[in-house]
Design a protein around this ligand. Structure first.
Ligand code: ADP
Length: 587
């Protein structure tokens, strides 16, 4: 959709605001045109001594009333219109947010967070202004201009009008030329602001790394350079916008000179009264506003178009994860992968080259293997962030892609290695998927996740704010809060994605024991535990060792130890490591 289509559709939907505004603008324009005529009459009346005091008071009184009416209508239309334009901003922001929340990781892979943030603020502001101020000022300016020209040509003298309008085509050309430059400069300015925003976002997220590596000076220099560039490009856009003004002044100056020369000639030959010439020059003065409005409107539109050019591809980008699945409820049965092959978009190398697995309801599967083996990739496919290139992934006999995305995501409680806590209380963070949960329920799952005691030690217990603007929890505490969150969600598939890596082994053992106890309440739940630490999976019903995108070993813990492969070696190594740590702690 183009910017004009967007704006027209919006005007159509919000005709209640735009309609009365337009009517008021017409009334204002008519009154504005009437006023100079009235002044002309007054001058002629005074010159000819036709007006008595009463008549004079009446005529002047009418003019004052007209002035007041103009003032009140201007205030009202602005209020109506700005309220409507704000709505457009809200609509666009909501659409952008919805779109962003539906996109998968592939979309974010080649886009930068700071720039997306700039779209939601700066660019949408520019579109909002194009739909609000620009539309109405454009309408107002055009109408005033036409009425003024009409009044000059029909009400005073068409020859004089023609002469006065001679310089206008040159101004039209100048406007066209300037607005092209405004467009390019605005685009650059918005892009540079996006880069700047991105840099701010990146440096704030990485501030600890920057300090730890002593990179402050370089980081400040980089930032200054970008800020400078953004300021320069913004200045450049404004310089071009400023060029409208001299073009208007020069044109009007030339028009005034031409019309005074011609008007003097006509008065001399008694074809025009002095009053009419006075009205005419007042009319010329009234053309200042439409001319300036034109410049202003053009620059708002060019800014809006440049912003829309940036916004549109994001709003209209196809969803990287398709959601056409018709199945609305998870079917009972096993979770199965059959010969799944997958490469990340844009990467030739296979992340998975034929992985099969099968977990029956109520069973626990352990997924282990060296870094880069493909464990997280399996998880991403299960979460349907990506779709396999070949092979099949099914749950209850239904291919994952045939489930509605929302159904599938609600059915999976995923606990990542680095869970995200929102700026809210601990209790609210745990109750994320079930906001109506009682405090007792929240405490119960916190106990199961072995984090209850930690929470009680926080300054305000369960009501302590955490996340970006609250108390900082340790990595292990964050992981356990996330496990509590997942247990409360009580989904039929629990995916622990290295979710206990920052928790000590004793606590880990406690949590795993609780999970086994919970099985009694939820006998059908499927649990998949992905871990670096083999102790996390030793109890699983079945364990698969992934290596370079293939299943290299599988079986129960005891069977794997007998196979004397990677698992057995790794197990002995980790046991030894644990022993040494315990000895260290004891010493
Ligand atoms: P693990 O979780 O077992 O450490 P991953 O599933 O993360 O392994 O990685 C499997 C393979 O896919 C590796 O070769 C890794 O480099 C590659 N890979 C992982 N994530 C991406 C990504 N976002 N883009 C491209 N390649 C990736």
């Amino acid at each position: 959709m183009s910017l004009s289509a967007l704006v027209f559709r919006f005007i159509f939907r919000h005709w209640r605001a735009y309609g009365p505004s337009a009517v008021m603008l017409v009334a204002i324009a008519l009154l504005t045109v009437w006023l100079p005529r009235q002044v002309g009459h007054l001058v002629d009346g005074l010159v000819a001594r036709r007006l008595d005091t009463d008549g004079l008071i009446r005529e002047v009184g009418l003019m004052v009333l007209a002035g007041l009416a103009i003032y009140f209508m201007r205030v009202t239309w602005r209020q109506l219109l700005y309220a409507a334009a704000y709505r457009l901003g809200v609509d666009l922001r909501t659409r952008l947010y919805e779109r962003l929340s539906l996109q998968g990781p592939r979309f974010y892979q080649d886009r930068r967070t700071g720039d997306l943030m700039a779209l939601a603020t700066n660019d949408i502001d520019a579109v909002e202004q194009a739909a609000g101020e620009a539309v109405l000022a454009g309408f107002d300016g055009t109408m005033t201009l036409l009425l003024v020209i009409g009044a000059m040509a029909l009400g005073i003298d068409w020859r004089l009008t023609l002469v006065a309008l001679l310089p206008f085509p040159i101004m039209g050309w100048a406007f066209w030329w300037i607005s092209n430059h405004v467009h390019t400069a605005s685009r650059q300015s918005l892009d540079n602001f996006g880069h700047l925003n991105d840099q701010v976002h990146e440096s704030l997220s990485g501030v600890r790394t920057v300090r730890a590596l002593g990179l402050e000076a370089r980081s400040i220099a980089d930032f200054t350079a970008l800020a400078d560039k953004a300021a320069q490009s913004s200045l450049k856009a404004q310089r071009w916008e400023a060029a409208y003004e001299p073009a208007v002044s020069l044109t009007l100056g030339a028009a005034t000179m031409l019309s005074l020369g011609m008007g003097g000639y006509l008065v001399w030959h008694s074809e025009l009264t002095i009053g009419q010439l006075t009205s005419f020059s007042l009319y010329l003065g009234q053309m200042i506003w439409p001319m300036f409005a034109a410049g202003w409107v053009l620059s708002l539109i060019e800014r809006g178009r440049a912003a829309w050019d940036r916004l549109r591809p994001v709003l209209e980008a196809p969803l990287t994860v398709q959601d056409h699945g018709p199945v609305l409820a998870i079917q009972p049965g096993a979770l199965q992968a059959h010969d799944v092959v997958f490469s990340y978009p844009g990467h030739a190398q296979r992340a998975l080259s034929g992985v099969s697995l099968s977990v029956q309801p109520g069973q626990t599967l352990g997924l282990v293997g060296p870094t880069g083996a493909g464990k997280s990739t399996v998880v991403r496919l299960l979460l349907r962030q990506f779709v396999p290139d070949a092979g099949s992934l099914q749950w209850g006999g239904v291919t994952l892609a045939d489930y509605k995305l929302d159904t599938l995501r609600r059915a999976v409680s995923w606990v990542p290695q680095e869970p995200f806590l929102f700026s809210a209380s601990v209790a609210e963070n745990i109750a994320l998927a079930k906001p109506q949960a009682t405090r007792a329920e929240v405490e119960h799952v916190a106990r199961m996740a072995a984090v209850h005691d930690d929470i009680l030690r926080l300054p305000q217990g369960y009501d302590t704010p955490v996340g970006e603007r609250g108390v900082t929890l340790s990595g292990g505490q964050r992981q356990r809060v996330a496990i509590a969150r997942a247990l409360l969600a009580d989904a039929p598939l629990l995916l622990l994605d290295d979710a206990l890596s920052a928790v000590d082994t004793d606590t880990e053992a406690r949590i795993l024991r609780h999970l086994r106890e919970l099985k009694v309440q939820r006998p059908e739940r499927i649990v998949i535990v992905v871990s670096h630490r083999l102790s996390s999976v030793a109890d699983a019903d079945h364990i698969q060792v992934l290596k370079e995108g293939l299943v290299a070993e599988q079986g129960s813990h005891a069977q794997l130890l007998e196979q004397e492969g990677w698992y057995a070696r790794q197990w002995r190594y980790q046991q030894l490591e644990q022993q040494l740590e315990a000895d260290d702690a004891a010493a």
